[in-house]
Design a protein around this ligand. Sequence first.
Ligand code: NAP
Length: 256
Amino acid sequence: MASRLFDMTGKVAVVTGSSRGIGRAIAIELARAGASVVISSRKAEACEKVRAEIAAEGGTAIVVPCNISSRDDCESLVRSTVAAFGRLDALICNAAVNPYFGPIADVPEAAFDKIMASNVKSNLWLCQLSRQALAESKGAIVIVSSIGGLRGSAMLGAYCISKAADMQLARNLAVEWGGDGIRTNCIAPGLIRTDFARALWENPDIEREVLRNCPAARIGEPEDIAGAALFLAADAGRYTNGQVLVVDGGMTISGG
Ligand SMILES: NC(=O)c1ccc[n+]([C@@H]2O[C@H](COP(=O)([O-])OP(=O)(O)OC[C@H]3O[C@@H](n4cnc5c(N)ncnc54)[C@H](OP(=O)(O)O)[C@@H]3O)[C@@H](O)[C@H]2O)c1
C-alpha cells in the first residue's frame, strides 16, 4: 500500500526562476515526485544544467527561457508548456527581484515600480495566462512570497510590500477561481541560503541575529522549501486554498 498524496506522475509543472536557488530545489523535487517540469529563467544555459540534472536522475524536464518582466515571455512560457506536454497542473511563481535595499522614504520610483511589476504584476500575468489550462487540470498555483510580507522591515520595505501583495493575490485568486477547481497558495520562506539573500546571510551580524531568533538555529537551505511546494502542488494540498505556508524554522513565531 502506497500513499499517492504526493505523487505527481502524469502532472506538468512550470517553475519560474528555477535555474538556481529555491526554484531549482522545487523543480527537482517535483520531478522526483513524477512531474514533468519546465525549467525557466532569463538564462537558457543555466536552466539547461538543471534540466540535465533532472534527466540524469531519470526525470523529465524541458527548458523554456522567460524573463518574467516580459508579458510576451510569460505568454510563450505557458504556450510552450501546453504545446510540449498537452497540459499544465502546477504553476510555481518563484522568480522575484529586489533592486533596492533601504528605507521606503528614499526608494527611487523606478525601483519601486520594478519591484511591484516583477513580483506582483508578472505573477498575475502568469496566473491569468495559465487559468484555462489549470481549470482543465484542476491544478494549483503556488506563489513564493516571503516572511517579509508578514511584518515591517527597516531596509526591505518595498520588497516586503510586494510580498504582502502576493499573499493577497493568492487569497483573491482562491476566491475568484476556487469554483474552477484551481487552488492558489503562497509559501513564505524565512532566510534561505541563496544568491538572492547573500548580502543578508553573509553579514555576520545578521547571521548571528537570525541564529539567535530562529528556533531551528540555522539558516534555511533551498531544499527546505521544496517539500512545502510539493504539498501545495500535489493532491496532498487539495483542500488548502488561499493560504500562506510559513517555512522559516520558526523565526516568525519566535518574535525575533
Ligand atoms: N533567499 C531567501 O532568503 C528568500 C526568502 C524569502 C523569499 N524568497 C523568495 O524566493 C524566491 C526565489 O529566490 P531565491 O532566493 O531562490 O533567489 P536566487 O537563488 O537568486 O534565484 C533566483 C532565480 O530567479 C531567476 N530570475 C531572476 N530574475 C528573473 C526574471 N526577471 N525573470 C525570470 N527569472 C528570473 C534567476 O535566474 P536568472 O538569473 O537566470 O534569470 C534564478 O533562477 C523569490 O521569490 C524570493 O523573493 C527568498
